[in-house]
Design a protein around this ligand. Structure first.
Ligand code: ATP
Length: 311
């Protein structure tokens, strides 16, 4: 470890994500399904401020703070511990998380916390690890963590961890219908297995999806959006279907469940229409929270490192 000047605080921001396409294949012997996914990072962020401490600890604020444990099971803590072991760091860290991504909402907020914690601790401890090594540690923490580091728009295969950046133009406007009570990813896949006993052997992403992303045209993207987990998430959380019914009568170009749900994402043609759709959802009272976001957003990044005299 490089023991030169240690920063008093490092502030990193990492994005939540939407799955623009999620195709599910059969489960392997380990129970994990083969997936083919197009991810897009969006402007609903997790902030992590890392400060030096004796131990590795975490505290959480923000709208979803009471839904996660502030102990060693927190993914941000696990990320810090893994990095300390990999880099031989003995200094601790306190991680202050501001949680804006719904917990168990299918937007990989926990993975965003892990990615933000990895980068923040790497900068705080000045480990000297290459970005590629951080990527390996990210993959050890969870299938979605590498994407939270890189952000943008990407295709993922395998368990969701074999990532390739996608050529994507434009800025997309999304409206999120969020349910306070999350869904367990494992339970959604169990329901999916029940509904689909004979899945496509190797899930893949159609060329039309890549062409739509290159066009930058939300109308073309709307035609190719799709999540195979839609019906399973809708069975477990009927609010998903209510949100989709309201969206069907709105100017939304298309809507789909985010990841394993229950968040529903609606694609709008532009920002003013996104605001109008959000208002429609709020008035219908079918979602607990409604957000307007844009994508693609950048991956985990340093916002500021607080100087000694400001700490
Ligand atoms: P997944 O990442 O499994 O697809 P998700 O995106 O629906 O799930 P997350 O909020 O990322 O949901 O996390 C799901 C679970 O991870 C929660 O049940 C929570 O107990 C656990 N967890 C651990 N640390 C965190 C964290 N920092 N933020 C959110 N969840 C965390």
């Amino acid at each position: 470890m490089n023991t030169s000047v240690m920063l008093p605080a490092v502030h990193v921001r990492a994005p939540g994500m939407l799955t623009l396409v999620l195709r599910v294949g059969p489960a392997g012997a380990d129970g994990d399904h083969q997936l083919a996914t197009v991810y897009q990072a969006v402007s609903l962020h997790e902030d992590v401020v890392a400060t030096p401490a004796e131990e590795i600890t975490v505290s959480t604020t923000g709208p979803w703070a009471d839904r996660v444990a502030d102990d060693e099971t927190n993914l941000a803590c696990r990320a810090a511990r893994l990095l300390a072991e990999a880099s031989g760091t003995s200094t601790g860290v306190h991680l202050q998380i501001t949680k804006r991504v719904p917990v168990g909402g299918g937007m990989a907020g926990g993975s965003a916390d892990a990615a933000a914690a990895l980068l923040a601790c790497d900068l705080l401890w000045q480990t000297g690890l290459a970005r590629e090594e951080l990527g390996h540690l990210a993959a050890e923490l969870g299938a979605d963590v590498p994407f939270a580091l890189t952000g943008g728009t990407a295709v993922a295969l395998g368990r969701g961890d074999r990532l390739t950046p996608a050529l994507a133009r434009g800025c997309y406007h999304w409206v999120l219908g969020i349910r306070a009570q999350g869904l367990s990813t494992g339970e959604v896949f169990t329901e999916w297995d029940r509904l689909h006993p004979d899945p496509e052997p190797v899930p893949h992403i159609d060329d039309a999806v890549m062409a739509a992303l290159i066009s930058g045209d939300p109308h073309r993207l709307a035609e190719v959006l799709g999540n195979d987990l839609d019906d399973a998430a809708g069975n477990l959380a009927p609010a998903v279907q209510q949100v989709q019914q309201v969206l069907a009568d709105s100017p939304a170009l298309a809507s789909l469940v985010a990841g394993s749900g229950p968040t529903v994402a609606a694609l709008a043609p532009d920002h003013p229409t996104a605001v109008e759709i959000a208002e429609t959802l709020r008035t219908a009272r079918v979602a607990d929270h409604v957000e307007v976001v844009t994508g693609p957003a950048p991956g985990a990044r340093l916002l500021e490192s607080v100087r000694e005299d400001e700490a």
